[in-house]
Write a protein that binds this ligand. Structure first.
Ligand code: NDP
Length: 300
C-alpha cells in the first residue's frame, strides 16, 4: 500500500510542494493555519483532502510533512491544545520537517517523538518557489538513512536531488549555512555594484563582467539581472525568513565556539535589513537598504 501523507503549511513554497504530491495521485491530506489558503490551493484542486485541524490531518498519516517558517512553529504546533497534534500521530509514523529550521530544536522534537515510536528527519529544501513549481528542489536530510529511504519516494515528487547530510539537525545546519552565503552574496554584490556605479561603471556593464569573472554567484547571475536591475523584486522568499536562516548559522558557529565573523555579519545585516524594510518584503529587497545608505539605485 502506498503511504498516506499529511502536509501541514501551504505557504509560498509548501503550496507547490504539496501540489506535486496531489498530482501524483498520492493519498494526501493538507492543512493550513489560514484554512482558505488550503481550500484554494492547487493541491486541493488536484484532489487532496482539506482537514479541519492539524490533528485531523495527521490522524491516519504514515508520513507527515511540515513546512512552516521556523522550528519553534513546528514545536508549538505539536504542543498546541495539550499536544493534540503530537498525540494524534499514529504509532510508527514518520515526521518529515521541510521547514528551514534549527538543529537544536529539531533534536528536541525528534527526541519527544521517539518516545512515541515516531521517526523524524529534517528535510529542508533549496531551489526556491521556481524549483518547487518545477519539482526539482534539492532536499538536504538529517536523520537515520532508513527513515530517509522511507520518505524518499514521497520527497522525489518535488525533488531533483535528495542528499543525506548526517544525523538529525544536519539538514537544517547545512540549509542555514547555504542561506547565510546567499545573504552575503546578495549584500556584497549590491555594495560592489554601488561602488562600481559611483566609479562610473553602469550596473549592467559591471554584472556582465563579473558574471564572466570569478566574483560571480547565483545572486549576480540570476537575482540582480532579473530582480534588481529591472526593479521587479517579486516576493518569493521573505527577507524575514532569510534573516532567520542567517541567524541560525551564526548561532551555530557561536555555539561551537567558532570564529566566524562573516556568518555573524550576515546575520546582523539581515536582521537590520528586516527591521528597516519590514516583514513582508522579499529577501532580494535587502538591496534596497544598501541603496538607501548609498543614496543611489541599481537599475538598468
Ligand atoms: P510563508 O511565509 O510563505 O508561509 C508560511 C506558512 O506557514 C504559511 O502556510 C503559514 O500559514 C504557516 N504558518 C506560519 N506561522 C505558523 C504557525 N505559528 N503555526 C502554523 N502555521 C504557521 O513561508 P514559505 O512557504 O516561504 O517558507 C516556509 C519554510 O520554507 C520556511 O522555513 C522557509 O525558510 C523555507 N523555504 C522557503 C523558500 C521560498 O523560496 N519561499 C525556499 C526554501 C526554503 P498562514 O497561511 O496561516 O499564514
Amino acid at each position: 500500500m502506498p503511504p498516506t501523507v499529511a502536509f501541514l503549511g501551504l505557504g509560498a513554497i509548501g503550496a507547490p510542494m504539496a501540489a506535486h504530491l496531489a498530482r501524483a495521485d498520492q493519498s494526501l491530506t493538507i492543512w493550513n493555519r489560514t484554512r482558505a489558503r488550503a481550500i484554494d490551493s492547487a493541491a486541493a484542486r488536484a484532489g487532496a483532502t482539506v482537514a479541519a485541524s492539524a490533528a485531523d490531518a495527521v490522524r491516519h498519516a504514515d508520513i507527515v510533512i511540515t513546512c512552516l517558517p521556523q522550528s519553534s512553529d513546528v514545536a508549538d504546533l505539536l504542543a498546541a491544545d495539550s499536544y493534540a497534534v503530537q498525540n494524534a500521530l499514529p504509532d510508527g509514523a514518520l515526521f518529515v520537517d521541510c521547514t528551514s529550521g534549527d538543529p537544536d530544536t529539531s533534536r528536541t522534537i525528534a527526541a519527544a517523538l521517539a518516545t512515541r515510536n515516531i521517526g523524524f528527519i529534517d528535510a529542508p529544501v533549496s531551489g526556491g518557489v521556481v524549483g518547487a513549481e518545477a519539482g526539482n528542489l534539492t532536499v538536504m536530510v538529517g536523520g537515520a538513512e532508513s527513515a530517509l529511504e522511507r520518505a524518499r519516494p514521497i520527497l522525489a515528487n518535488f525533488a531533483g536531488k535528495i542528499v543525506h547530510c548526517g544525523d538529525i539537525g544536519a539538514g537544517h545546519a547545512l540549509k542555514a549555512v547555504n542561506n547565510a552565503l546567499l545573504a552575503l552574496h546578495i549584500w556584497s554584490t549590491a555594495e560592489g555594484l554601488v561602488a562600481a556605479m559611483k566609479a562610473g561603471v553602469s550596473p549592467a556593464v559591471a554584472l556582465d563582467v563579473i558574471n564572466a569573472s570569478s566574483g560571480r554567484s547565483n545572486a549576480s547571475i540570476n537575482l540582480f539581472p532579473e530582480r534588481v536591475l529591472t526593479g521587479a523584486f517579486p516576493r518569493t522568499f521573505r527577507l524575514a525568513l532569510l534573516a532567520k536562516d542567517a541567524g541560525i548559522a551564526a548561532a551555530m558557529a557561536r555555539g561551537q565556539n567558532g570564529v566566524a565573523p562573516t556568518l555573524q555579519l550576515a546575520a546582523d545585516l539581515m536582521r537590520i535589513a528586516h527591521r528597516e524594510l519590514g516583514d513582508d518584503v522579499d529577501h532580494v529587497e535587502a538591496v534596497r537598504l544598501v541603496e538607501r545608505w548609498a543614496g543611489v539605485e541599481l537599475r538598468s
